[in-house]
Design a protein around this ligand. Structure first.
Ligand code: HEC
Length: 133
C-alpha cells in the first residue's frame, strides 16, 4: 500500500518528467534476448540543467557544468547491499535518497518543491517506492 502511494506521488511530483519509467527496446537488436523488451529503467538518458547547487562548472563533451544525465533508478533500493554504501548523485555527496532529491534544482526545482511540501507520511511513501525499484 505504502509503495503504491509512493508511486502515485512519484508521478504527481513529475519525477517521471526525467526519470521516465519504461521503454521498449528496438526490434532489430543484435541479440534476440535484448530485442523488443519492455524495461523499467526510470531514466530518459538525457542531460538536464540541475541548477547551481549541483553545478561543478566543468563542461564535459556536450554537457555544460550544470547539466547531468538522469541516472536510472532501477535497483536503487539495493545500493547498500550491492555497493556497501548509500551515496548518491554524480559525486556521491548525498548520503541517502532523500538528500539526493533535496539537491535537485534547475529544471527539477518544481519536483523537488513537491517533495519539500509533502507530509512526513508522503515522503516515507515516496522513499518506500524508490527502495522497491
Ligand atoms: C529535470 C529532471 C529531473 C527531475 C524532474 C527529477 N530528477 Fe532525479 N535526477 C535527475 C538528474 C539529472 C540526476 C543526477 C544529478 C547528479 O548526479 O548530480 C538525478 C538524480 C536522482 C537521484 C539519485 C540517483 C543516483 O543514482 O545518484 C534520485 C534518487 C532521484 N533523482 C530521484 C528523483 C525524484 C524522487 C524526483 C521527483 C521528486 C526526481 N528525481 C525528479 C533529474 C531529474
Amino acid at each position: 500500500m505504502q509503495v503504491l502511494k509512493g508511486k502515485r506521488l512519484f508521478y504527481e511530483a513529475n519525477c517521471i518528467g526525467c526519470h521516465r519509467p519504461k521503454f521498449v527496446t528496438r526490434r532489430d537488436s543484435i541479440s534476440e534476448e535484448q530485442s523488443f523488451q519492455l524495461i523499467w529503467p526510470y531514466t530518459d538518458l538525457l542531460l538536464h540543467d540541475m541548477g547551481e547547487g549541483l553545478a561543478d562548472d566543468r563542461p564535459e563533451g556536450m554537457a555544460s557544468g550544470r547539466e547531468w544525465r538522469t541516472p536510472p533508478l532501477w535497483g536503487i533500493g539495493l545500493t547498500e547491499m550491492v555497493s556497501g554504501h548509500t551515496l548518491f548523485l554524480h559525486d556521491g555527496r548525498a548520503r541517502n535518497l532523500l538528500e539526493a532529491i533535496l539537491w535537485h534544482g534547475g529544471e527539477a526545482e518544481a519536483a523537488k518543491q513537491c517533495v519539500v511540501d509533502m507530509t512526513k507520511e508522503e515522503r516515507a511513501a515516496l522513499l518506500a517506492f524508490l527502495n522497491s525499484l
